[in-house]
Design a protein around this ligand. Structure first.
Ligand SMILES: Cc1cc2nc3c(=O)[nH]c(=O)nc-3n(C[C@H](O)[C@H](O)[C@H](O)COP(=O)(O)OP(=O)(O)OC[C@H]3O[C@@H](n4cnc5c(N)ncnc54)[C@H](O)[C@@H]3O)c2cc1C
Length: 109
């Protein structure tokens, strides 16, 4: 049975992530970019997955999830292609968050 085709416009991190998930889900994926892979903002990233600059709430939860998942993505890349993980400029850094109120501290737990 032919696979469903999907076209992703933009080969930055968002387009690449969408293409990866679609591909893993069994779609036949074509990625189109007017300038090539990581031609725009993505190539200027500083390699951080920042958690410490997020306040309590959905954005922090998303950042924490990203921080947990990213090593898995890199491991999968390394398995798929020699040098795949090394080609990703990710610098796992620590961060310190100081709560100045009890409510703020509770939100960090
Ligand atoms: C200096 C700097 C440092 C940063 N550091 C970090 C960091 O450390 N950690 C972090 O998480 N985030 C960082 N960011 C933010 C992060 O880089 C962006 O949020 C992210 O790259 C956005 O990805 P994107 O895929 O949405 O956009 P883009 O990377 O801009 O991708 C969009 C793509 O779509 C293509 N496109 C646009 N229009 C069309 C069209 N009409 N037809 C075909 N193709 C098209 C473009 O060519 C481009 O390749 C940083 C940003 C900057 C500027």
């Amino acid at each position: 049975m032919p696979r469903t085709r999907a076209v992703v416009l933009g080969a930055g991190i968002i387009g690449a992530a969408c293409a990866r998930e679609l591909s893993l889900a069994g779609f036949e994926v074509v990625v189109v970019d007017r300038g090539g892979a990581a031609a725009a903002t993505t190539s200027h990233g500083e390699g951080n997955i920042l958690v410490s600059d997020k306040g309590p709430g959905p954005e922090l939860q998303l950042a924490q999830l990203s921080r947990r998942l990213w090593p898995e993505v890199l491991a999968a890349l390394a398995e798929r292609r020699a040098g795949g993980a090394e080609a990703v400029e990710w610098e796992p850094k620590g961060g310190i968050v100081v709560a100045t109120t009890a409510g703020g501290a509770a939100g960090l737990l």
